[in-house]
Design a protein around this ligand. Structure first.
Ligand SMILES: Cc1cc2nc3c(=O)[nH]c(=O)nc-3n(C[C@H](O)[C@H](O)[C@H](O)COP(=O)(O)OP(=O)(O)OC[C@H]3O[C@@H](n4cnc5c(N)ncnc54)[C@H](O)[C@@H]3O)c2cc1C
Ligand code: SF4
Length: 657
């Protein structure tokens, strides 16, 4: 069946990249068709429907035995999600693990998941939003590793500011430590240079969690009395507070009100005294007597709920009050008269003219009810097409269409942060589980000359006990019961140990490697005939050496702070177990799925240009973390959102040529 209407833009996916696109384009007066693979119930733009749906997610979460990232959300057979619970060891080169949606060809299983459903993965993300460091954009030039980006940090600065407004970032720029700064003066100079003098985030910093204070105080003593040694040198460990997409108190100094399209200059503009008015559908001046203050965006179903974080640490997988940003908040701001949303509609391939390269349509399959085997096939038509289906799905759709791949880079360079976890009991109570998942990170090893030899890392102080590696607090209870403890003895045991649980995770930067990749294989399809992604994945020595160095630093820190180490690594702990220099290490995925359609300066070795437009198809843009040529040590979504604003600006320019 062909739907004859031609929209200005067809967007595939309603995660943050698709939602930012839809909101920006519709507010600029363009018509948008948004195709979303997930269930209709998840995207209701009417408040009651949305409320009930979110309550259903919460109820599913409360009764789930394994509270993994996707546990609150439906996993439907017509548009399956990747799920960490499906991860299994791979037995040999020709024996892929096929237990979940991914076909894991190995040698190691890819360890992260994402959510295919309305709002996408931001429904279960943590919400940490640090910017990348300026040096992250020049890895090849500075360290001889990976590739350089076709743009610099400075090019991205205005778009970072847009992303911080859209997500609603809480934080304090003066608490962000620059690894290269050797004194306070340099620290201030770098902050002024890379954020702009007097820059503030929309909201004040979320108060750091109690456990951060306990651990950083212990480390400060170590820095003074007995600093850790790295390559034989005394090294002081520095911490930063983490900017984050969750609501705190508005910062009264924050000047920006909205992001609007200026068709005269053909630019997106951060407005101080104008905003896009949903009633008149125009950019209007703020009344002269109106004193502007940033308004935290609450729950989509009730703007008065979720205006402040309530601090109970269930951000992953679900924030009960929606104080944490999710993409539905952005989608909700689209011009309703300009957007058409088709849910339960799974894009399967794009169609294009072989001679001109122009994309002529997106084929999609609309399934009738969850898990039904019946569906209709349609073609969506637009002047411009945007794939925003996440790094793995974007690559898969392109491969299924034999599109945008003249460089042979589609699907390659798949990256994630490989997380080395360490856990111990603090010498005093730190009371984890109060506050967001993490509010402070160890930032000393985010950059430095060592990147020539091994990966850089950021190390958040986690606030959820030992839950991630060993399923605390449930495992603490079962261990105590196994020792026949009960009554007061059991209560004392739990009360003494749980509040002392410290978890650190060293998020190591994976480099782009062509053989870490997404491919397709006609032998592997889902129940409505779409390809399942086949993943080839491994960890290089560059990563393993980082594990060795990080663990060494961690051992010194645990010893010097009196933290009793309970860390162990074993092939039975996770399927991602690697050996290096006679030691074994487990790593965990960070959910940072990056790099499968990278941006570059030349069509020979990249898929999109610096505006996220494919080199091979003038009217096809790709958005999402797949564009990132390297990963740095920042959680990637803020950077990807900045790139999405840049792409939206380019699309508006192209439409108004
Ligand atoms: C546990 C976890 C914690 C995380 N924490 C952080 C963090 O703290 N900070 C950070 O920066 N990042 C974090 N991330 C990563 C972050 O969530 C993602 O980078 C981001 O949400 C990706 O947004 P996206 O719009 O590109 O893709 P997604 O959010 O994955 O959205 C893709 C959309 O496309 C739809 N779709 C997929 N296939 C199709 C198809 N064929 N047809 C139609 N629609 C389709 C999906 O249903 C979905 O709506 C985390 C990830 C995980 C898993
Ligand atoms: S700590 Fe609680 S209220 Fe705050 S963002 Fe996380 S889940 Fe939401």
């Amino acid at each position: 069946m062909i739907n004859n209407k031609t929209y200005d833009v067809v967007i595939v996916g309603s995660g943050i990249s698709g939602a930012v696109m839809a909101k920006t384009l519709t507010q600029a007066g363009k018509t948008v068709l948004l195709l979303e693979a997930g269930l209709t119930a998840g995207i209701s733009l009417d408040r009651n429907g949305d409320y009930q749906n979110y309550v259903d997610y919460l109820n599913t979460f409360y009764i789930a035995s394994a509270k993994v990232p996707n546990s609150p959300y439906p996993n439907i057979k017509d548009a399956p999600s990747i799920d960490v619970l499906d991860m299994q060891p791979i037995s040999g080169p020709n024996s892929p693990s096929t237990s979940g949606y991914l076909v894991q060809a190995g040698p190691l299983p890819f360890a992260s998941d994402c959510l295919r459903g309305p709002g996408g993965t931001t429904l279960h993300w943590l919400g940490s939003t640090p910017r990348m460091l300026p040096n992250d954009f020049k890895m090849k030039t500075l360290y001889g590793q990976g590739v350089d980006w076709p743009i610099s940090y400075e090019d991205l600065m205005p778009y970072y500011e847009m992303a911080e407004l859209e997500i609603g970032v809480s934080g304090n720029v003066n608490d962000i430590h620059w690894p290269e700064a050797s004194n306070k003066q340099e620290q201030v100079e770098l902050t002024n240079k890379f954020y702009g003098k007097d820059y503030v985030f929309p909201m004040e910093e979320i108060p750091t969690s109690y456990i951060d204070g306990v651990f950083t105080k212990l480390v400060a003593e170590v820095n003074t009395k007995n600093p850790v040694k790295v390559s034989g040198k005394d090294t002081k460990i520095k911490f930063s507070t983490t900017p984050q997409g969750r609501n705190s108190v508005p910062n009264k100094q924050y000047p920006y009100r909205d992001i609007t399209w200026d068709s005269k200059t053909k630019k997106l503009v951060l407005q101080k005294d104008k905003y896009w008015c949903p009633e008149t559908k125009e950019v209007v001046d703020s009344p002269l007597d109106e004193k502007y203050e940033y308004l935290p965006v609450g729950a989509t179903w009730d703007p008065n709920t979720g205006q402040r974080c309530e601090g109970n640490a269930s951000c992953v997988p679900i924030c009960p009050v929606q104080a944490k940003y999710n993409a539905l908040k952005t989608l909700y701001k689209s011009d309703r008269h300009k957007i058409t949303i088709k849910t339960q509609s799974v894009a399967s391939r794009i169609l294009y003219d072989e001679k001109t390269g122009q994309v002529t349509g997106v084929e999609y399959k609309t399934y009738h009810t969850a898990d039904s085997i019946t569906y209709d096939t349609n073609i969506a038509k637009g002047k411009i097409y945007v794939l925003a289906a996440s790094a793995i799905e974007n690559a898969k759709i392109l491969l299924a269409s034999n599109a945008a791949n003249s460089s042979d880079q589609v699907g390659r360079n798949l990256m994630d942060h490989l997380c080395l976890l360490t856990w111990g009991l603090l010498p005093e109570k730190g009371f984890p589980f109060r506050g967001p998942g993490s509010t402070t990170n160890m930032s000393s090893f985010r950059d430095g000359d060592f990147r020539k030899e091994h990966a850089a890392w950021i190390c958040p102080i986690d606030n959820w006990g030992w839950g991630w590696p060993v399923f605390s607090p449930g495992s603490d209870l079962s261990n105590a019961l196994a020792k026949n403890m009960f009554g007061k003895e059991l209560r004392d045991q739990l009360a003494d140990t749980l509040p002392k649980q410290l978890l650190l995770h060293y998020e190591c930067e994976q480099l782009p490697e062509p053989d870490n990749r997404v491919t397709i294989d006609p032998a592997y399809r889902d129940q409505i005939g779409n390809y399942r992604p086949v993943i080839h994945y491994d960890a290089s020595d560059y990563m393993k050496k980082a594990f060795e160095t990080a663990k060494n630093i961690n051992n010194q820190l645990f010893k010097a702070t009196g933290t009793q180490d309970f860390t162990f690594y074993s092939p039975t702990l996770t399927a991602d177990y690697v050996g290096y220099q006679e030691q074994g290490y487990n790593f965990w995925g960070a959910g940072h799925i990056v790099g499968t359609h990278r941006m570059g300066a030349s069509k020979k070795d990249s898929v999109v240009n610096k505006d996220s437009r494919t080199w091979d198809h003038d009217n096809l843009y790709l958005v999402g973390c797949g564009n990132m040529p390297t990963l740095g040590t920042s959680n990637p979504t803020l950077t990807m959102t900045a790139l999405t604003f840049k792409a939206a600006e380019a699309i508006l320019k192209q439409l108004e040529k």
